[in-house]
Design a protein around this ligand. Structure first.
Ligand SMILES: Nc1nc2c(ncn2[C@@H]2O[C@H](COP(=O)(O)OP(=O)(O)O)[C@@H](O)[C@H]2O)c(=O)[nH]1
Ligand SMILES: [Mg+2]
Length: 291
């Protein structure tokens, strides 16, 4: 319902909202094929060992529901398919106002209200929307692989600034030391005051380093909680979300008015130089000052 958007989604969102706020969200991002789903599957093992339940939202807008990447995610996570303490959802979005960047927090809140204490959100680290989604997690994990320029590519995608933990996955491959050195040189770009994002080497396919990754996530959580940064981050996030919703609604409202006979007549007047584009826009949505 939340993915589909519309009035029903809004009703669900309003109903669950009072019951949210207890879950901790972990975002995992990186290039396609970096090993995010494999790592997520391993993290689920670490979480389940503590007895906690966990939800996963795998977000890949480039793949349709039944597409290859998502099917692959399902297969990699199928070890957990019969575990009632694990909920996995591959997310796409249809009519949701504001698209994925607003649908994902809504979906996460449903899992939060359902009582899942941990929510892992996997997104590909390409594209502004995906980066925004994952940057909105409490702890953001950025996955890179050994290889010339992988850290540079991640930097270009804007992933360095949002990393709380770096994962150097596929550490069984050549070039690990070089990539780790690259990561260490950009480490200073990331993190909050008092937190330097650690670099954790993993071989996700073998489960190597994944317990250390979970330890790093929990250490970051402790850092955020003890410094008060968690409450600040969450307030910033809600502020951004309210602003984004307001913006999306205003845009949808404007689009709704920019159609039909009266609008075409207005465009004809602009074309005839009887009025100018700004004055015409003001007729559509009302004057909003000098913009
Ligand atoms: N050699 C090696 N391969 C890995 C490792 N982690 C994942 N892979 C492989 O990389 C491919 C992509 O993994 P996947 O988890 O789907 O990546 P995602 O697209 O980032 O979710 C799969 O074939 C995995 O088996 C690793 O640590 N070492
Ligand atoms: Mg994946």
């Amino acid at each position: 319902v939340v993915e589909a958007g519309g009035d029903d989604a809004r009703a669900v969102g309003a109903a669950v909202y009072p019951f949210t706020g207890a879950a901790y969200t972990v975002g995992i991002t990186g290039a396609p094929g970096a090993g995010k789903s494999t790592l997520t599957g391993r993290l689920l093992v670490s979480v389940r060992e503590t007895g906690d339940a966990v939800g996963v939202l795998a977000v890949d807008p480039s793949s349709p529901f039944t597409g290859g990447a998502i099917l692959g995610d399902r297969i990699r996570m199928q070890d957990h398919a019969t575990d009632p303490g694990v909920f996995i959802r591959s997310m796409a979005t249809r009519g949701h106002l504001g698209g994925l960047s607003l649908a994902v927090p809504d979906a996460a809140r449903v899992l939060d209200a359902a009582g899942l204490p941990w929510i892992v959100i996997e997104t590909v680290g390409v594209g502004q929307v995906e980066v925004e989604i994952v940057a909105a997690a409490d702890t953001t994990v950025v996955v890179v692989n050994p290889g010339w320029g992988d850290a540079v590519q991640a930097a270009k995608a804007g992933l360095m600034e949002i990393a709380d933990v770096f994962v150097l996955n596929k550490a069984d491959r050549a070039g690990v030391d070089d990539t780790e050195r690259d990561l260490l040189t950009v480490q200073g770009l990331a993190g909050d005051r008092g937190w330097v994002p650690p670099v954790v080497r993993t071989v996700a396919t073998e489960g190597r380093g994944t317990a250390a990754l979970w330890d790093a996530v929990r250490a970051h959580r402790v850092h955020l909680e003890t410094t008060g940064a968690l409450a600040r981050r969450r307030a910033d996030r809600l502020r951004d979300e309210v602003r984004a919703i307001a913006r999306a609604r205003a845009a949808a409202e404007a689009d709704g008015r920019c159609t039909g006979v009266a609008f075409e007549a207005l465009v004809a007047r602009v074309l005839a130089r009887e009025t100018d584009p700004y004055a015409a826009a003001a007729q559509v949505v009302g004057p909003v000052g000098d913009s």
